[in-house]
Design a protein around this ligand. Structure first.
Ligand code: HEC
Ligand code: HEC
Length: 203
């Protein structure tokens, strides 16, 4: 019964972001709904898997992992790609093709995956990054960079992606607007960003 309810159009009627958020919360709070949503999400991510991995561990160093990311963060990023607050050639187009129900299902699916340690990361060079992280970043991203609600998980992200993201914020990349990261990254040097990326990818 619940599976049918989710698959039908009952969820698509929400008009505001708040409604969408309360629907996502309702799905996450209910075991049966979450399971149905997970399965529908799994069906929908075949194409995404070519880049982000079927299990959310990305296939390329410049592509972010989605595994173990909080569903609220994933959902919010779809909204950002849709409304132009964040832009990417592929993602901006894709996000517009996903229905509200699909966005919820995909966020649920990927949030339940396990992030694997990246191969080739070098923890011995990460000490400087660890100190910087504790001072500048842990307050928002969590002690172990595990993320919290709409603060993304950074642990285990490919170092290359972390570098691209940080540099983009610092250089006021016009494809990224309206985020606290612009102020945060603005004060980091290239060396500090590299140290942070090395530390975070090995977590
Ligand atoms: C051709 C490769 C490609 C495909 C296919 C693709 N993505 Fe992406 N995705 C990317 C890249 C690259 C980024 C980083 C964009 C940026 O730097 O802003 C990204 C970013 C994201 C983000 C933000 C992650 C973060 O850490 O901020 C989400 C969520 C996402 N993609 C979901 C999806 C979903 C869901 C699909 C399938 C419907 C999909 N992607 C398909 C390449 C891809
Ligand atoms: C005031 C809270 C805050 C602080 C402090 C902060 N961040 Fe962030 N960070 C965010 C938020 C919120 C996002 C999500 C981007 C968005 O949509 O606004 C983010 C996004 C990111 C991303 C992109 C993640 C992805 O998957 O695309 C990286 C990388 C990042 N932060 C690294 C850092 C590092 C490194 C530090 C410390 C030097 C730091 N952040 C400090 C709030 C913060």
């Amino acid at each position: 019964m619940i599976v049918v309810g989710l698959a039908a159009s009952s969820m698509v009627s929400a008009s505001s972001a708040d409604d969408a958020m309360s629907q996502l919360n309702a799905v996450m709070a209910d075991d049966a709904k979450r399971q149905a949503s997970y399965e529908a999400g799994h069906e929908r991510i075949r194409f995404c898997g070519y880049c982000h991995g079927e299990d959310g561990n990305s296939k390329r160093e410049y592509i972010p992992n989605l595994a173990a990311q909080h569903p609220l963060y994933l959902f919010n990023q779809f909204e950002k790609f849709r409304d132009g607050t964040r832009e990417d050639y592929v993602m901006s187009k894709l996000a517009k093709t996903l229905s509200l129900e699909e966005r919820i299902n995909i966020a649920v699916y990927y949030s339940q995956q396990t992030a694997k340690p990246r191969t080739g990361s070098d923890p011995t060079n990460a000490d400087a990054g660890e100190k910087l992280f504790a001072v500048h970043c842990a307050g928002c991203h969590g002690d172990k960079a595990q993320g919290f609600r709409d603060m993304p998980r950074l642990a285990g992200q490919p170092a290359e992606y972390l570098g691209i993201a940080l540099r983009g914020f610092k250089e006021l990349d016009p494809t990224k607007h309206n985020t606290p990261m612009i102020g945060v990254a603005g004060v980091l040097s290239e060396r500090e960003m590299r140290a942070l990326a090395l530390y975070l990818t090995a977590l």
